[in-house]
Structure formats: C-alpha cells, structure tokens
Design a binder for this molecule. Structure first.
Ligand SMILES: CC(=O)SCCNC(=O)CCNC(=O)[C@H](O)C(C)(C)COP(=O)(O)OP(=O)(O)OC[C@H]1O[C@@H](n2cnc3c(N)ncnc32)[C@H](O)[C@@H]1OP(=O)(O)O
Ligand SMILES: CC(=O)C(=O)O
Length: 540
C-alpha cells in the first residue's frame, strides 16, 4: 500500500471563508478533532497576520499531526533572515512551515511587480532559510495551473527552485478554482515528468466549478501523494476541496481503498459525521443536509419505491452503509411515501402496526392531505409521530388549550425611543384546573424577541404537574417558509427543539396565519417531549 498524506487547512484557508472567524479556543478544539481523526498535517494559520493566529501558535495543542505555520515567501529587497513577516512565521517554532509563493509569471509581474528571476531567487532563499533551521518545508505554488498554461517553463522553474532549496513538498494550487479535472491530471503528470517525484507533489484545489474533489482525485491519479483540503469544504470564495467528502472516498472507494493508506483508520471514519456537525455547531451554522456522506439527507430514502426496497435490503439504494461514516439511515414521511416508509417510521417511533392494518392507509392519506395543505413531515419526525399516535388512538391528553392571544405594541420607552413589546396570553386546562399565563418577549438586554417568543414563553410557563418535564427544553431553530404563492399563501413553521438529555426533535405547523402555525409547532414540540418523558418514567 502506498502512503497518501492528508493536509488540513480549515484553520487557515477555512478561515478565509466569508463570515468565518474562529476564536483561539475554537481553533484549538478543531485542531484536536483533526488530530484524533488522523490527519497528517494541520495548518494552524498565519502567525503574525492577526492576534488570533499568533495566540493559537503560542497555545497550540500537542498533536501527533505535524502542526504547520503558514506564511509567504520573502519579499524582494531584503534577506530571508531580515524579512519581518517570515520571521514571525518561523518564530511559531512549528516542525513544518508552508509558504505561499508566486508560480505564475503573470502574478510575478502584475501582483508583485518584480522580475521572474527575482521571484525565483526569493523562493530559493526562503526555502533555504526554512530547511536551514531543520523545518519541513512546503511550497504552496499559488496559481500554478493558470501559470503553467500561460508559461509552463516559468511555473516549473519555481517548483524546482523550491525543491533544490530542500522543500519536502511542492503544492500545486488551483488558486482561482477554474481548472477542470482533465487539465489537473495532465499538468500534474507534466510536473512529475519534469523530474519531481510524485512523492513530493501535493494538490490544493478550490471549488469554484464544484470540481475540487474531482480535481484532487485527478491529481492523485496522476501521481501526487498529498491532498490539501478543509472540513465541510470551508475556504476562500466557494471553498476548498472538501476533506469530509474526500476522506471516505479514499478509504472506501476503488482504486484508492486498495492502493493507498492514510492516517485515518476505518474506526476513526465513524467519527466523521460527528466532526462535521461539531464544526457547524462551532460556526453556528445549520449543517448542509445534502452533504455527501455526512449530511442528514445522505441516507434519507423519501420515495415509496426506494423505502420499500431499502427495508428488504439497504444496499438497493445506498452506496455505503451509513454507520461506516457515523451517519444514519432515515425513511422520511411525505407525499412521496408508501406504506413501507410509514411502517419504518412508526417502528422507529416505537409504534408497531401490522402490515395491512387499515390504520396505515388512513394515516398515509391523512399525511398526503396535510402535506397538500402546507405541512411537511419529511423532517418533522416528532409531529409525524403525534399524528400517527392520534390515528392509532395512542395520543395521551396532557392538557387542553382553551385560548391564546398575542399583541405587538410600538411605544416610547423611558429614553423617548420607540420600541416594540410583544405580549402573549395562553389559557390552558391542566389537571382539571384552568391556568392563565402571561409573558412578554423582552430579553435580558431589553430587546423585543417577537410575538412567537412571547407565545412560547407563555405556553411553557405553567403546565402544572408536567412543568418539571419541560424545564430543560429549548428552542434551537425556527424556520418559516411561505408554501403557496398569491392569495392562497400558507405559512409553514418548522421548529427544532432540544433538551438536556441530548434529544433533538422537529415539529411543524401550517396556517395562513404565522402565529397559528408557530403555536401549532410549539404545541407539538411540548407534547412530544411529554410523551417521551412520561414513557421514560413508566419504564423506570
Ligand atoms: C492564495 C491564498 O489564499 S494565500 C493566503 C492569503 N492569506 C491572507 O492574505 C491572510 C493573511 N494576510 C494578512 O493578514 C496580510 O495580508 C499580511 C499581514 C500578510 C500582509 O499585510 P500588508 O503588509 O498590509 O500587505 P497587503 O495585504 O496589503 O499586501 C500583500 C503584500 O504582500 C506581497 N506579496 C503577496 N504575495 C507574496 C509572496 N508570495 N511573496 C512576497 N510578497 C508577496 C504583495 O505584493 C503585497 O505587497 P505590496 O503592498 O508591497 O504590493
Ligand atoms: C495557497 C492557497 O491557498 C491557494 O493558492 O489557493
């Protein structure tokens, strides 16, 4: 088996994603996750470029992976030893150093404004400086593919200059992300034919044509032996090659699985989905459902025909088993579903119904009818379960909603500034007793959080004997969608809730009135939680 090296740049190129700004603590957490996964190199950032990156290297965790500091080649008119930017990179004292340098003649003249000979000399001097201090050196050959197409001799000259100065790796960068896999393959082959061993060639691609993963594989096919990329494909503009996709491909798909060994083991691959979602959690982003391998839809089988076959043999519609990457199979309910989807979803919810039971047909019709009205049970598993329980006569009644009201007022505060104030009143019958709860939506900072927030607080304020069970519940996501155009518009609200036991559940409400749709989804969220907690009590 040949060794293929994995280089992660989530903490550097990933941080160049618009809207992404890691704190030092977050960088440390991500570096630890990458190390446990089995990456060979972790590029931690650019020491000296900003306080967070400098602080990260001062406190970098001890990793098995080679911690790598990133910087740029020395500037013209000063020696490598006297270049203050390079000095800060070296002062991070990492065992590996990666410097970006120009490998395109166009960039040398137009971006740096120096001669080709000066640029080559800068590359040579910078790499001699790094290797002279016994550091492993990587040359990020910026704009290599575009440069090669315009002036191949010069682009190759820059790579050879770095190699002759002792670089361990030349990294062929498709910086603008516009090169397609066939060209990546051809040009990588040309680099190797020029006398640089594939053992010293790395690939760094961007996803501007949605080909970054394919381009990385094309370079490996041509002989490169290191892949650079990021978790969840973060990175400048459209992102970098997505390691969350590439790693399972390399471990599970041919010809890579039989030919190469990486630092990631099959056991560690099972942590991939968790790692991907933890990164999204850190970034406060909703995970991309359709992400290959790790997305929550990656193994979701919505169509009735698919679900029916999957229940007989999962390999009918799955290219791998979901647990291999730590993901799970989902058989959602929707207007595309048949009784197979339904029975699987019911058994997941602990409700067993025999094949052919007339309740199945009734429930399926009910779901399709409600979906036509604007509901969506595809993701709202908890609302689906409540609907199913009702149809099967297994829905307990915990309380009854007598009425509710929401008001939104605009008024001046004591500083004469106009503010909004939302207030909700909910009347319930619990334990045979009527309870009236009033709540405002003001948060600790004095800002109005809106009518739905007020409603949610009022609904969850006094549930009598059940109050304790919902105290650890929190609303984690609230999505609103208009599902039909024109005067027929219906608002669909999907609410994601979570509790301290690690449960996370989705509920749906639909109505022409957003407050009613929200209330319905909130009510379902509370009912689902009460069913879970009361059945746990019974089983204890
Ligand atoms: C393709 C990539 O993703 S490479 C990674 C790019 N990452 C970043 O740029 C993020 C971190 N960068 C920074 O914080 C800042 O740009 C710094 C601290 C590095 C430099 O800041 P400044 O000194 O203010 O320079 P500024 O960013 O305006 O311009 C970059 C300078 O580096 C020069 N430069 C660019 N690449 C190279 C190189 N490979 N070798 C030498 N000099 C270079 C440019 O010509 C420019 O110099 P000039 O102002 O004399 O024309
Ligand atoms: C170095 C780098 O990030 C690039 O060329 O894309």
């Amino acid at each position: 088996m040949e060794r293929l090296y994995l280089y992660d740049t989530t903490l550097r190129d990933g941080q160049q994603t618009q809207g992404v700004q890691f704190s030092t603590t977050e960088k440390i957490q991500i570096a630890e996750m990458l190390d446990q996964l089995g990456l060979d190199y972790i590029e931690g950032g650019w020491p000296g470029a900003n306080p967070t990156d400098s602080e990260f290297f001062e406190n970098a965790p001890k990793t098995r992976a080679k911690m790598t500091a990133f910087g740029m080649t020395k500037r013209t008119g000063r020696s490598a030893e006297n270049d203050d930017v390079l000095a800060q990179v070296m002062n991070a004292n990492t065992s590996a150093v990666c410097l970006v340098g120009k490998s395109s003649a166009f960039h040398v003249s137009d971006a740096l404004g120096i001669t080709k000979a000066e640029n080559t000399a800068n590359i040579a001097a910078s790499f001699s400086h790094i290797t002279g201090q016994d550091r492993e050196a990587l040359f990020d050959a910026e704009h290599f593919f575009d440069g090669y197409k315009a002036d191949p001799d010069y682009s190759l000259e820059t790579l050879h200059a770095a190699m002759e100065a002792g670089a361990r790796w030349v990294v062929l960068c498709d910086t603008n992300g516009g090169t397609l896999p066939n060209e990546i393959h051809e040009i990588t082959k040309a680099v190797i034919a020029s006398g640089i061993s594939g053992e010293n060639v790395a690939i760094h691609t961007h996803d501007d044509t949605a080909n970054a993963v394919a381009c990385s594989l094309a370079a490996i096919d041509a002989g490169a032996r290191q892949i650079q990329g990021t978790l969840n494909g973060l990175g400048e503009r459209c992102g970098n090659a997505n390691l969350t996709t590439l790693i399972p491909i390399l471990l599970l798909k041919e010809p890579y699985a039989s030919k190469f060994e990486t630092g990631v083991t099959i056991e560690n691959l099972q942590t991939l989905t968790h790692i991907s979602r933890t990164l999204d959690d850190i970034l406060n982003r909703v995970p991309l459902r359709q992400a290959p391998f790790v997305g929550s839809s990656a193994f979701a089988h919505k169509a009735g025909l698919h679900a029916s076959a999957i229940l007989k043999n999962p390999s009918t519609y799955e290219h791998i088993e979901p647990h291999i990457v730590g993901n799970e199979r989902v058989i959602p309910m929707s207007n595309q579903a048949g009784q197979s989807n339904l029975r699987k979803r019911l058994s997941d919810a602990g409700l067993s119904v025999k094949k052919g039971d007339p309740a199945l047909g009734f429930l399926l019709d009910e779901i399709k009818e409600r979906e036509a009205q604007g509901y969506s049970y595809d993701t709202a598993q908890a609302s689906f379960e409540l609907l199913a329980r009702k149809a099967l006569g297994q829905l307990p009644t915990f309380f009854e909603v007598k009425r509710y009201k929401v008001t939104v007022e605009r008024r001046k505060n004591k500083y004469d500034k106009m503010i909004s104030l939302s207030e909700a009143v909910v009347v319930l019958k619990v334990d045979g007793e009527k309870k009236l709860s009033v709540s405002e939506s003001m948060d600790d900072t004095g800002s109005d959080r809106g009518p739905v927030n007020a409603l949610s607080k009022a609904l969850a304020k006094d549930l009598g004997q059940y109050q304790e069970m919902i105290d650890d519940m929190r609303l984690v996501d609230f999505k609103v969608r208009i599902t039909q155009g024109g005067t027929e518009a219906v608002t669909r609200v999907i609410i994601d809730s979570a509790d301290s036991k690690g449960n996370r559940w989705s509920t749906v409400g639909a109505s022409p009135n957003i407050v009613d749709a929200s209330f319905e989804a909130l009510l379902d969220a509370i009912q689902w939680k009460l069913i879970r907690d009361t059945s746990e009590k019974v089983h204890k």
